[in-house]
Design a protein around this ligand. Structure first.
Ligand SMILES: Nc1nc2c(ncn2[C@@H]2O[C@H](COP(=O)(O)OP(=O)(O)OP(=O)(O)O)[C@@H](O)[C@H]2O)c(=O)[nH]1
Ligand SMILES: [Mg+2]
Length: 329
């Protein structure tokens, strides 16, 4: 199928076309990259209409269960929900986020839902890049809510925060100081915090965690001017607080619908430009590594740098000159 035919299928909401389109953008084959670019260009006019949500949190915080609960709630309210899962650890662990697919079994059965894990190999930048493209494809296929799940253990949450409208931090109450385990960096990029598992034996601990989180967030510089980060308690298991969480997300999204530099359009514009530059960087490096003149020199350069015979700076200049076919300047 041509990129044009695939784009048509995606825009018509054909799930198989969507799945194939995502597989195409995930491919690292150079000729596939050209097709993927054509496909993305073709669907672009049909994108932009979704709420783009990021959900991050420690392993086991209940992200998947919460997305399932929230997603089902959103579908009942008339939405169509796509879920993409980025798992930077899965190349090592063999996949954890959706390894246990049953976790979103209920959501997965709904025809208004689409669930897809992101590729587990490659660099973080590569994974995030493909996830962003998959997000656009889901939008073009008519999903008006796109949720990206990521485990908040590395840099992946920052990459995800840079591709969504709202970033939700999911925290689970544990024994004692929950804040200890949460990195400051992830608090700084949160637009909203959901204290999950506020049920049964954990209800009291959830209340304390929420208070601690509000205090800690109060000390941070707001991510957006005048933005107060709501901290909500919920239970993905019992459904308590899920409707309030969904409403708060909706209200937060509405708040972004202002003109000017703090608005959604400006945010998405900045994200798109940043994405373009990261594409330039990554593609340039891919091409450089494949160029025959570079490949001939690469191994020796790495060996010399490893052994301390050449400085990394001199070796880098040499490789770049080999790639570009002429010395700089
Ligand atoms: N009591 C209680 N348990 C929950 C709740 N939400 C999730 N859990 C449980 O917490 C465990 C982890 O849930 P997941 O949804 O897989 O958590 P996750 O954050 O997606 O985990 P990873 O993707 O592996 O990082 C499961 O055993 C869930 O049943 C909740 O609201 N209350
Ligand atoms: Mg999960």
């Amino acid at each position: 199928l041509s990129a044009g035919g695939l784009a048509e299928g995606v825009r018509a909401g054909d799930r198989r076309a969507l799945a194939r389109a995502i597989t195409l953008v995930e491919s690292t084959r150079p000729d596939h990259r050209a097709d993927a670019a054509a496909l993305l260009d073709a669907v672009l006019p049909a994108t932009g209409g979704a709420r783009r949500l990021g959900m991050s949190g420690a392993p086991g915080a209940g992200k998947s269960t919460l997305i399932e609960s929230l997603g089902t709630h959103a579908i009942d309210a008339g939405h169509r929900v796509a879920v993409l899962a980025v798992d930077p650890s899965s190349s090592r662990s063999g996949g954890s986020i959706l390894g246990d697919k049953t976790r979103m079994a209920e959501l997965g059965r709904r025809p208004e839902a689409f669930i897809r894990p992101s590729p587990s190999s490659g660099t973080l930048g590569g994974v995030a890049r493909r996830t962003r493209e998959a997000m656009l494809l889901c939008e073009a296929a008519g999903f008006d809510v796109v949720v990206v799940e990521t485990v908040g253990v590395g840099q992946s949450e920052v990459a995800v925060a840079d591709m969504v409208d709202l970033f939700v931090l999911v925290v689970a109450p544990g024994g004692g100081d929950e804040l200890q385990g949460i990195k400051r960096g992830i608090m700084e990029i949160a637009d909203l915090v959901a204290v999950n598992k506020a049920d049964g034996d954990l209800a009291d601990a959830a209340g304390r965690a929420a208070t601690d989180l509000r205090n800690a967030l109060g000390l941070l510089r707001p991510k957006r001017p005048g933005w107060e980060v709501d901290v909500l308690r919920c239970s993905a298991l019992t459904g308590a607080g899920i409707d309030e969480l969904w409403e708060t997300i909706g209200a937060a999204h509405e708040r972004l619908r202002v003109d000017g530099p703090d608005g959604l359009d400006a945010l998405r514009g900045r994200q798109a430009v940043a994405w373009m530059w990261s594409e330039v960087t990554d593609t340039l490096i891919d091409r450089l590594r494949r160029a025959p003149a570079v490949r001939a020199a690469l191994h020796a350069a790495e060996k010399d740098v490893t052994a301390g015979r050449r400085s990394p700076t001199a070796a880098a200049v040499e490789l770049l000159d080999a790639f570009l076919g002429q010395p700089d300047g």
